[in-house]
Design a protein around this ligand. Structure first.
Ligand code: NAD
Ligand code: MG
Length: 398
């Protein structure tokens, strides 16, 4: 029987790649629900092609969408709105698989709803896990959800871990013969820029990643290395491993997507051309494998695999994220919220590129952390951090 899929964030880069895979395997998967925050015309095109049963948009877009649906004869597609709509489709009884591909904190509650409904959740929305950490992991355990990583590095690590890895206690120690995780980073488009050059980086330059084509926010995060910082936190939660056992390795070719080292001296790597269709297909079909259009790696074309240590002086975001993970509690949620505000301000030319980590650091210094006991406390910390970060942005006043 075919699996019914809900795509949260269908108009985004991950959403589009997901549709590509679903289209290629339409006998195995059907699109039940899709959600979008903007780009309503693109959403209408998606609806024409995939005929979902339900779509979710923000409340202020409902009338516009209804109009399009009437004109295009799509009247039998149900329209839901707002956060309640996102949660409703994420936990819908007719849904088997949820692709969590909303960007940022906005994805937290819908992703958590999918987890609590015991779905197979394909996790692209790393910010949701960075914010909620152990609460999300505990919910996945309690509600028997299959939380599978789509982020290419985490998907690679998942593929390199031993099969019995998840059967034992979650205590932060490497286990089942694993000794260390090597999280690879491309280093972004400004790997070799001096600090002075970094100060002059424009939003357009920061949004152009050398190896991956992605949404604006994650592109900027990749350029500051905050993306790797968020991924470090993501890895600690997904694989129940303390941050001291996760080493970040800059590997500019993005051919190795991450590695796992074992006590016997083995290092296992997952390699492939940089295309998100591979990890999406892997998580969708796991433990089976399905075909994608991604060409097999041609090793004769890629003669160099280079590795270097990250420079946290020019790219302090990575260090801030590691510190936030060490502090634990609400610190990662505060870090994430401040970063979302700082990136949005940078994209609007309100602050410079090198001011992004400064806003994050100052917010972390000003907002009191605490134990991340509940989702409400996490959402509160997120709100406080946003307003503090916003004020810091205003004070920087470009
Ligand atoms: P994107 O900006 O291209 O798309 C984001 C999607 O989320 C869009 O469909 C948008 O409509 C929706 N959205 C945005 N704000 C929203 C809000 N407030 N409420 C509801 N929906 C909202 O982003 P992307 O590159 O597809 O990334 C999505 C997530 O996947 C991010 O968390 C990112 O870190 C992660 N991720 C992306 C890639 C990649 O290659 N693009 C790789 C790994 C992980
Ligand atoms: Mg990644």
């Amino acid at each position: 029987m075919s699996q019914s899929v809900c795509i949260l964030g269908v108009t985004g880069s991950i959403g589009q790649s997901t549709l590509k895979i679903l289209q290629q395997h339409s006998e195995k998967y059907s699109v039940f629900a899709v959600t979008a925050h903007s780009r309503i015309l693109e959403l209408v095109e998606i609806c024409k092609q995939y005929r979902p049963k339900i779509v979710v948009v923000p409340s202020n877009k409902v009338d516009e969408l209804k109009q399009y649906f009437q004109n295009q004869n799509l009247k039998n597609i149900e329209i839901l709105s707002g956060e309640a709509g996102l949660i409703a489709v994420a936990e819908h009884t007719d849904v088997d698989v949820v692709m969590a591909a909303i960007v940022g904190a906005a994805g937290l509650l819908p992703t958590l709803a999918a987890v609590k409904a015991g779905k197979r959740v394909l996790l692209a929305n790393k910010e949701a896990l960075v914010m909620s950490g152990e609460l999300m992991m505990q919910a996945a355990h309690d509600y028997h959800a299959e939380l599978l990583p789509v982020d290419s590095e985490h998907n690679a690590i998942f593929q390199c871990l031993p099969q019995n890895y998840f059967q034992t206690e979650r205590n932060g120690q490497p286990k089942q013969g694993v000794s260390r995780i090597l999280l690879t980073a491309s280093g972004g488009p400004f790997l070799n820029h001096s600090f002075e050059q970094l100060q002059r980086v424009t939003p357009a330059q920061a949004c152009k990643h050398p190896n991956w084509s992605m949404g604006q926010k994650i592109s900027v995060d990749s350029a500051t290395l905050m993306n790797k910082g968020l991924e470090l936190i993501e890895a600690c939660h997904l694989f129940a491993i303390s941050e001291q056992f996760v080493t970040v390795v800059v590997h500019p070719q993005s051919i190795i997507h991450s590695m796992v080292q074992y006590v016997d001296g083995s290092t296992l790597a997952q390699m492939g051309n940089p295309d998100m269709c591979t990890p999406i297909a892997h998580a969708l079909a796991w433990p089976d494998r399905i075909q994608t259009h991604v060409p097999a790696l041609d090793l004769f074309m890629n003669q160099h695999l280079d590795f270097q240590e990250p420079d946290t002086t020019r790219f302090p975001a990575l260090k801030l994220a590691r510190q936030a993970m060490q502090s634990g509690g609400l610190a990662p949620a505060i870090l994430n919220a401040a970063n979302e505000i700082a990136v949005a301000a940078f994209l609007k030319n309100k602050i410079g590129f090198t001011e992004i980590p400064q806003v994050v650091e100052q917010t972390l210094n000003q907002v009191e952390s605490g134990i991340a006991e509940s989702i409400d406390l996490i959402l509160q910390a997120d709100q406080v951090a946003r307003s503090v970060a916003q004020q810091i942005v205003i004070n920087k006043g470009n």
